[in-house]
Design a protein around this ligand. Structure first.
Ligand code: SAH
Ligand code: SF4
Length: 355
């Protein structure tokens, strides 16, 4: 049994048959997710029979932190985690005022092949299990606990831990929806990581079927659409997934959903020099988003090699933002964090194959 892949319901039903009470499940989950113990039942004093069973049958996933880099500019922290089969995934901690956000990976690599994205260039190696998604949060929380100076330098209290989760690392989360959903159920659970649902964001390149299913089963979390273009043809060039799920269909769905969904959808728009940064693009964007509840993040492209795509000119970028703003759209330019440690969007990549 892969312990971190079991949510409260799984544990209760599986262990209930062994005579384990809810109270024990609760203490063991507290050991795992609050005390961050690598043997969550060590202190839980479960019945001897159960303890023997656990020691024999339950595995508590361990990963190696093979590399940790702290940005000199903004204190973001990039982790490289080595999984049991040798593959590596990356996660990034991003402090911002009183929040600590972690950017998580959902897959090793990605099948979608967006042309501006490093991870896309790797192709898909495999999906992550729920436990491999959660361990990124657990390990990062352990690191925070061990590095009191990091919190201190940021003027954060010593008990502060991760408050927000975004699935914006490696992979397309909606291509691995089952495991992502399981991991999120443990993140939200007061017995688990106890994060508010709205502080968990799934970002998608536009997997419409997955988005429909996710909104159905997880209506309270937040969603981001990586849009990046205003015409079908241009978007299909940048993001092959657009041929399968055209932008028009996705926006129709978001428009319809806007009537019942209480929160805003986040629209991510990576701005690429001379590709999607004209005022005509801004006008078209404003028109397409007119009756959808959105917030727009403009992300200046982080150039990847080899590629002919370039970062936008700052003046043009600001003009693009101002245009949207004047149209009444809530918009921000999001300079990526951790540029000096290659932790920025689209720079999460590992080439290492299992050794
Ligand atoms: N697969 C999901 C989530 C991971 S990518 C998605 O595509 O939404 C997280 C964000 O980084 C996406 O908006 C993606 O388009 C953006 N991104 C990828 N490569 C980038 C680059 N080189 N520069 C800036 N943003 C990039
Ligand atoms: Fe995959 Fe997202 Fe990168 Fe596209 S931008 S290749 S969907 S990780």
């Amino acid at each position: 049994m892969d312990f971190y892949s079991q949510n409260r319901e799984d544990l209760t039903s599986e262990w209930g048959r062994l005579g384990v009470s809810q109270a024990h499940v609760r203490t063991i989950m507290a050991g795992a997710y609050k005390k961050l113990s690598s043997c969550p039942w060590a202190e839980a004093t479960p019945p001897r029979l159960l303890k023997n069973w656990l020691d024999e049958h339950a595995q508590v996933l361990k990963v190696e932190r093979s590399k940790i880099q702290v940005s000199m500019y903004d204190s973001s922290v990039k982790f490289l985690f080595k999984l049991a089969d040798g593959y590596e995934v990356e996660s990034v901690l991003m402090p911002e005022s009183s929040r600590i956000t972690i950017c998580l990976s959902s897959q090793v690599g990605c099948a979608q092949g967006c042309i501006f994205c490093f991870t896309g260039k790797m192709g898909l190696k495999r999906n992550l299990r729920a436990s491999e998604i959660l361990i990124q949060v657990i390990e990062a929380n352990r690191w925070i606990e061990e590095n009191a100076n990091w919190l201190k330098a940021l003027n954060l209290p010593s008990f502060q831990r991760i408050t927000n989760v975004v699935f914006m690392g490696m992979g397309e989360p909606l291509d691995n929806l089952n495991e992502v959903t399981k991991a999120i159920s443990i993140m939200k659970d007061p017995w688990g990581l106890n994060l508010a649902a709205r502080k968990i964001t799934i970002s998608t390149a536009g997997h419409l079927d997955g988005l429909k299913a996710a909104l159905e089963s997880m209506p309270n979390i937040s969603y981001a659409l990586s849009m990046h273009a205003t015409s079908e043809s241009e978007r299909s060039k940048l993001m092959p997934i657009n041929r399968r799920f055209p932008l028009g269909d996705i926006l129709d769905f978001l428009r319809e959903k806007s009537k019942s969904y209480e929160k805003d959808f986040l629209i991510q728009y990576t701005v690429i020099h001379n590709v999607n940064d004209s005022l005509e693009d801004a006008a078209m964007l404003a028109q397409l988003l007119a009756d959808i509840n959105v917030k727009v993040n403009l992300i200046p492209l982080n150039p990847i090699e080899p590629s002919r795509l370039n970062s936008p000119d700052p003046k043009r970028l600001e003009a693009f933002r101002d245009f949207l703003y004047e149209k009444g759209i809530r918009v921000m330019i999001r300079y990526s964090k951790g540029q000096d440690i290659m932790a920025a969007c689209g720079q999460l990549v590992t080439n290492r194959l299992p050794s």
